[in-house]
Design a protein around this ligand. Structure first.
Ligand SMILES: NC(=O)c1ccc[n+]([C@@H]2O[C@H](COP(=O)([O-])OP(=O)(O)OC[C@H]3O[C@@H](n4cnc5c(N)ncnc54)[C@H](OP(=O)(O)O)[C@@H]3O)[C@@H](O)[C@H]2O)c1
Length: 247
Protein backbone atom coordinates (compact mmCIF):
# COMPACT_ATOMS: atom_id res chain seq x y z
CA UNK A 1 0.00 0.00 0.00
CA UNK A 2 1.26 3.47 -0.88
CA UNK A 3 0.76 5.28 2.43
CA UNK A 4 0.62 8.87 1.16
CA UNK A 5 -2.88 10.31 1.76
CA UNK A 6 -4.16 7.29 3.70
CA UNK A 7 -6.09 7.61 6.98
CA UNK A 8 -5.32 5.49 10.05
CA UNK A 9 -7.09 4.89 13.35
CA UNK A 10 -4.64 3.91 16.11
CA UNK A 11 -5.97 2.92 19.53
CA UNK A 12 -3.95 3.89 22.58
CA UNK A 13 -1.98 6.35 20.47
CA UNK A 14 -1.41 9.20 22.95
CA UNK A 15 1.69 7.71 24.55
CA UNK A 16 4.43 5.09 24.27
CA UNK A 17 4.36 2.62 21.34
CA UNK A 18 1.02 3.88 19.99
CA UNK A 19 2.34 7.45 19.86
CA UNK A 20 5.57 6.34 18.13
CA UNK A 21 3.55 4.50 15.47
CA UNK A 22 1.32 7.57 14.96
CA UNK A 23 4.33 9.81 14.34
CA UNK A 24 5.98 7.26 12.04
CA UNK A 25 2.77 7.07 9.98
CA UNK A 26 2.48 10.87 9.87
CA UNK A 27 6.03 10.99 8.48
CA UNK A 28 4.95 8.46 5.84
CA UNK A 29 2.08 10.74 4.74
CA UNK A 30 -0.84 9.32 6.75
CA UNK A 31 -3.60 11.36 8.48
CA UNK A 32 -4.52 10.08 11.91
CA UNK A 33 -7.33 9.43 14.34
CA UNK A 34 -5.53 9.29 17.70
CA UNK A 35 -7.62 7.23 20.10
CA UNK A 36 -6.92 7.53 23.85
CA UNK A 37 -8.67 6.90 27.15
CA UNK A 38 -7.24 8.98 30.02
CA UNK A 39 -4.14 10.56 28.42
CA UNK A 40 -5.90 13.71 27.27
CA UNK A 41 -2.95 16.13 27.30
CA UNK A 42 -0.59 13.61 25.72
CA UNK A 43 -3.16 12.92 22.98
CA UNK A 44 -3.36 16.64 22.17
CA UNK A 45 0.44 16.80 22.04
CA UNK A 46 0.59 13.80 19.71
CA UNK A 47 -1.99 15.49 17.43
CA UNK A 48 0.14 18.64 17.39
CA UNK A 49 3.25 16.63 16.53
CA UNK A 50 1.36 15.02 13.65
CA UNK A 51 0.47 18.53 12.40
CA UNK A 52 4.11 19.62 12.52
CA UNK A 53 4.80 16.72 10.14
CA UNK A 54 2.30 18.19 7.68
CA UNK A 55 -0.56 15.75 8.30
CA UNK A 56 -3.96 16.12 9.96
CA UNK A 57 -5.05 14.45 13.18
CA UNK A 58 -8.02 14.27 15.50
CA UNK A 59 -8.13 12.92 19.06
CA UNK A 60 -10.99 10.70 20.20
CA UNK A 61 -11.39 9.45 23.76
CA UNK A 62 -13.29 6.20 24.28
CA UNK A 63 -13.30 3.51 26.95
CA UNK A 64 -12.57 0.19 25.21
CA UNK A 65 -13.94 -1.76 28.16
CA UNK A 66 -17.28 -0.93 26.47
CA UNK A 67 -16.11 -2.20 23.06
CA UNK A 68 -19.26 -1.79 20.97
CA UNK A 69 -20.01 1.78 22.07
CA UNK A 70 -16.32 2.76 21.80
CA UNK A 71 -15.87 1.30 18.31
CA UNK A 72 -18.93 3.17 17.01
CA UNK A 73 -17.74 6.46 18.56
CA UNK A 74 -14.18 6.11 17.17
CA UNK A 75 -15.28 5.30 13.61
CA UNK A 76 -18.04 7.96 13.58
CA UNK A 77 -15.45 10.58 14.54
CA UNK A 78 -12.85 9.36 12.03
CA UNK A 79 -15.22 8.98 9.07
CA UNK A 80 -16.93 12.33 9.81
CA UNK A 81 -13.55 14.09 9.82
CA UNK A 82 -11.71 12.26 7.01
CA UNK A 83 -14.49 10.60 4.96
CA UNK A 84 -12.80 7.18 5.11
CA UNK A 85 -10.37 5.01 7.08
CA UNK A 86 -7.74 2.87 5.29
CA UNK A 87 -5.74 1.49 8.22
CA UNK A 88 -6.72 0.24 11.69
CA UNK A 89 -4.03 -0.40 14.31
CA UNK A 90 -5.22 -2.07 17.51
CA UNK A 91 -2.56 -1.14 20.07
CA UNK A 92 -4.41 -0.15 23.28
CA UNK A 93 -4.05 -2.81 25.91
CA UNK A 94 -4.14 -3.74 29.56
CA UNK A 95 -1.28 -5.81 31.00
CA UNK A 96 -1.71 -7.25 34.50
CA UNK A 97 0.63 -9.81 36.02
CA UNK A 98 -1.98 -12.07 37.60
CA UNK A 99 -1.81 -15.87 37.80
CA UNK A 100 -4.16 -18.72 38.68
CA UNK A 101 -4.71 -17.82 42.33
CA UNK A 102 -5.03 -14.03 42.20
CA UNK A 103 -6.95 -13.44 38.92
CA UNK A 104 -10.46 -12.08 39.48
CA UNK A 105 -13.45 -12.09 37.14
CA UNK A 106 -12.96 -8.37 36.68
CA UNK A 107 -9.34 -8.99 35.50
CA UNK A 108 -10.67 -11.42 32.90
CA UNK A 109 -13.39 -9.02 31.80
CA UNK A 110 -11.02 -6.08 31.34
CA UNK A 111 -8.41 -8.10 29.41
CA UNK A 112 -10.93 -9.75 27.13
CA UNK A 113 -12.92 -6.54 26.55
CA UNK A 114 -9.97 -4.21 25.89
CA UNK A 115 -7.41 -6.57 24.32
CA UNK A 116 -9.69 -8.84 22.29
CA UNK A 117 -13.33 -7.73 21.94
CA UNK A 118 -12.43 -4.10 21.17
CA UNK A 119 -10.14 -5.10 18.24
CA UNK A 120 -12.96 -7.35 16.98
CA UNK A 121 -15.66 -4.65 17.03
CA UNK A 122 -13.25 -2.02 15.68
CA UNK A 123 -12.45 -4.40 12.80
CA UNK A 124 -16.18 -4.82 12.20
CA UNK A 125 -16.69 -1.03 12.01
CA UNK A 126 -13.54 -0.72 9.84
CA UNK A 127 -14.75 -3.32 7.33
CA UNK A 128 -18.25 -1.88 7.07
CA UNK A 129 -17.06 1.67 6.26
CA UNK A 130 -14.71 0.46 3.49
CA UNK A 131 -15.99 1.60 0.13
CA UNK A 132 -16.18 -0.57 -2.98
CA UNK A 133 -12.73 -0.81 -4.60
CA UNK A 134 -10.94 0.54 -1.49
CA UNK A 135 -8.30 -1.66 0.12
CA UNK A 136 -7.47 -1.70 3.80
CA UNK A 137 -5.00 -2.95 6.38
CA UNK A 138 -5.50 -4.02 9.99
CA UNK A 139 -2.47 -4.49 12.26
CA UNK A 140 -3.00 -5.95 15.73
CA UNK A 141 -0.29 -5.43 18.34
CA UNK A 142 0.05 -8.70 20.24
CA UNK A 143 3.03 -10.07 22.24
CA UNK A 144 5.32 -13.08 21.78
CA UNK A 145 3.74 -14.34 25.03
CA UNK A 146 0.56 -14.89 23.00
CA UNK A 147 2.14 -17.88 21.28
CA UNK A 148 4.00 -19.51 24.14
CA UNK A 149 2.78 -20.94 27.43
CA UNK A 150 4.24 -19.45 30.59
CA UNK A 151 3.51 -18.55 34.19
CA UNK A 152 1.85 -15.25 35.13
CA UNK A 153 0.03 -12.67 33.00
CA UNK A 154 -2.63 -15.35 32.48
CA UNK A 155 -5.60 -13.29 31.27
CA UNK A 156 -3.21 -11.06 29.29
CA UNK A 157 -1.55 -13.99 27.49
CA UNK A 158 -4.89 -15.58 26.65
CA UNK A 159 -6.41 -12.29 25.44
CA UNK A 160 -3.41 -11.80 23.14
CA UNK A 161 -3.54 -15.44 22.00
CA UNK A 162 -7.15 -14.77 21.06
CA UNK A 163 -6.01 -11.69 19.16
CA UNK A 164 -3.53 -13.82 17.16
CA UNK A 165 -6.37 -16.20 16.25
CA UNK A 166 -8.60 -13.23 15.41
CA UNK A 167 -5.82 -11.92 13.13
CA UNK A 168 -5.71 -15.22 11.23
CA UNK A 169 -9.51 -15.62 11.02
CA UNK A 170 -10.08 -12.03 9.86
CA UNK A 171 -7.29 -12.38 7.27
CA UNK A 172 -9.50 -15.06 5.70
CA UNK A 173 -12.85 -13.33 6.34
CA UNK A 174 -11.72 -10.00 4.92
CA UNK A 175 -9.52 -11.08 1.98
CA UNK A 176 -8.91 -9.84 -0.65
CA UNK A 177 -9.89 -6.26 0.23
CA UNK A 178 -8.29 -6.11 3.68
CA UNK A 179 -4.94 -7.53 4.82
CA UNK A 180 -4.82 -8.44 8.52
CA UNK A 181 -1.50 -8.92 10.30
CA UNK A 182 0.00 -8.67 13.78
CA UNK A 183 3.22 -7.47 15.38
CA UNK A 184 4.45 -9.34 18.46
CA UNK A 185 6.82 -7.06 20.39
CA UNK A 186 9.24 -8.27 23.03
CA UNK A 187 10.79 -6.02 25.68
CA UNK A 188 10.36 -2.55 24.19
CA UNK A 189 9.28 -0.19 27.01
CA UNK A 190 9.05 -0.89 30.75
CA UNK A 191 5.44 -1.30 31.92
CA UNK A 192 3.99 1.79 33.66
CA UNK A 193 5.44 1.94 37.17
CA UNK A 194 8.69 0.15 36.21
CA UNK A 195 11.95 1.81 35.20
CA UNK A 196 14.79 1.00 32.79
CA UNK A 197 16.13 -1.71 35.14
CA UNK A 198 13.08 -3.83 34.21
CA UNK A 199 14.27 -3.88 30.58
CA UNK A 200 17.95 -4.39 31.54
CA UNK A 201 16.96 -7.46 33.54
CA UNK A 202 14.81 -8.80 30.67
CA UNK A 203 17.63 -8.12 28.19
CA UNK A 204 19.93 -10.60 29.93
CA UNK A 205 17.64 -13.41 28.78
CA UNK A 206 17.10 -12.10 25.25
CA UNK A 207 19.27 -13.97 22.69
CA UNK A 208 20.24 -10.67 21.01
CA UNK A 209 21.24 -9.40 24.49
CA UNK A 210 19.30 -6.15 24.52
CA UNK A 211 15.85 -4.63 24.75
CA UNK A 212 14.19 -3.34 21.59
CA UNK A 213 12.92 0.15 20.88
CA UNK A 214 9.89 1.84 19.37
CA UNK A 215 11.73 2.54 16.07
CA UNK A 216 12.00 -1.21 15.55
CA UNK A 217 8.23 -1.62 16.05
CA UNK A 218 7.59 1.25 13.62
CA UNK A 219 9.85 -0.37 10.99
CA UNK A 220 7.87 -3.61 11.31
CA UNK A 221 4.62 -1.66 11.00
CA UNK A 222 5.75 0.17 7.86
CA UNK A 223 6.92 -3.10 6.33
CA UNK A 224 3.51 -4.72 6.91
CA UNK A 225 1.54 -1.71 5.69
CA UNK A 226 3.62 -1.41 2.50
CA UNK A 227 3.50 -5.11 1.69
CA UNK A 228 0.76 -6.25 -0.67
CA UNK A 229 1.25 -10.01 -0.38
CA UNK A 230 1.36 -10.62 3.39
CA UNK A 231 -1.76 -11.43 5.38
CA UNK A 232 -2.57 -13.53 8.45
CA UNK A 233 1.04 -13.16 9.62
CA UNK A 234 2.52 -12.41 13.05
CA UNK A 235 5.81 -10.50 12.80
CA UNK A 236 7.74 -11.03 16.04
CA UNK A 237 10.11 -8.20 17.02
CA UNK A 238 11.62 -9.54 20.22
CA UNK A 239 15.35 -10.21 19.76
CA UNK A 240 14.66 -13.96 19.88
CA UNK A 241 13.01 -13.89 23.34
CA UNK A 242 10.06 -15.81 21.87
CA UNK A 243 12.39 -18.80 21.34
CA UNK A 244 13.51 -19.08 24.95
CA UNK A 245 10.30 -17.90 26.63
CA UNK A 246 12.42 -15.46 28.62
CA UNK A 247 14.06 -18.33 30.54
N1 LIG B 1 5.70 -2.09 26.05
C1 LIG B 1 6.22 -3.23 25.59
O1 LIG B 1 7.43 -3.47 25.71
C2 LIG B 1 5.32 -4.27 24.95
C3 LIG B 1 5.74 -5.59 24.89
C4 LIG B 1 4.91 -6.54 24.29
C5 LIG B 1 3.69 -6.14 23.74
N2 LIG B 1 3.31 -4.84 23.83
C6 LIG B 1 2.02 -4.46 23.25
O2 LIG B 1 2.20 -3.30 22.47
C7 LIG B 1 1.05 -2.43 22.58
C8 LIG B 1 1.50 -1.06 23.05
O3 LIG B 1 2.22 -1.21 24.26
P1 LIG B 1 2.45 -0.01 25.28
O4 LIG B 1 3.32 -0.55 26.36
O5 LIG B 1 2.85 1.20 24.54
O6 LIG B 1 0.94 0.15 25.79
P2 LIG B 1 0.36 0.59 27.20
O7 LIG B 1 1.09 1.80 27.63
O8 LIG B 1 0.34 -0.56 28.13
O9 LIG B 1 -1.14 0.89 26.80
C9 LIG B 1 -1.47 1.66 25.66
C10 LIG B 1 -2.72 2.44 25.92
O10 LIG B 1 -3.86 1.60 26.13
C11 LIG B 1 -4.86 2.47 26.55
N3 LIG B 1 -5.91 1.81 27.32
C12 LIG B 1 -5.79 1.05 28.44
N4 LIG B 1 -7.03 0.76 28.92
C13 LIG B 1 -7.93 1.34 28.08
C14 LIG B 1 -9.35 1.42 28.03
N5 LIG B 1 -10.14 0.88 28.98
N6 LIG B 1 -9.93 2.11 27.02
C15 LIG B 1 -9.18 2.70 26.07
N7 LIG B 1 -7.82 2.67 26.05
C16 LIG B 1 -7.21 2.01 27.06
C17 LIG B 1 -4.20 3.53 27.44
O11 LIG B 1 -4.67 4.81 27.00
P3 LIG B 1 -4.63 6.14 27.93
O12 LIG B 1 -3.19 6.32 28.32
O13 LIG B 1 -5.13 7.23 27.05
O14 LIG B 1 -5.53 5.90 29.12
C18 LIG B 1 -2.71 3.31 27.16
O15 LIG B 1 -2.01 4.50 26.92
C19 LIG B 1 0.09 -3.13 23.55
O16 LIG B 1 -0.86 -3.85 22.81
C20 LIG B 1 1.00 -4.09 24.31
O17 LIG B 1 0.31 -5.23 24.79
C21 LIG B 1 4.09 -3.90 24.43
Amino acid sequence: MNLEGKVAVITGAAVRIGRAMALALAEAGVDLCIHYHHSNEAAEETCEEVSTRGREAICVSADLSDPVTASVAIFEAAVTRFGKVDILINSASVFENKGLTDSTESDWDSHLDINLKAPFFLSQRFAEQLQSGQTGQIVNIVDWRAQRAGKGHLAYRISKAGLVTLTECLALELAPAIQVNAIAPGAILPPPGEDRSYLDQRAQKVPLQRAGNTDEICSALLYLLRSEFVTGEVLTVAGGEQLTGGL
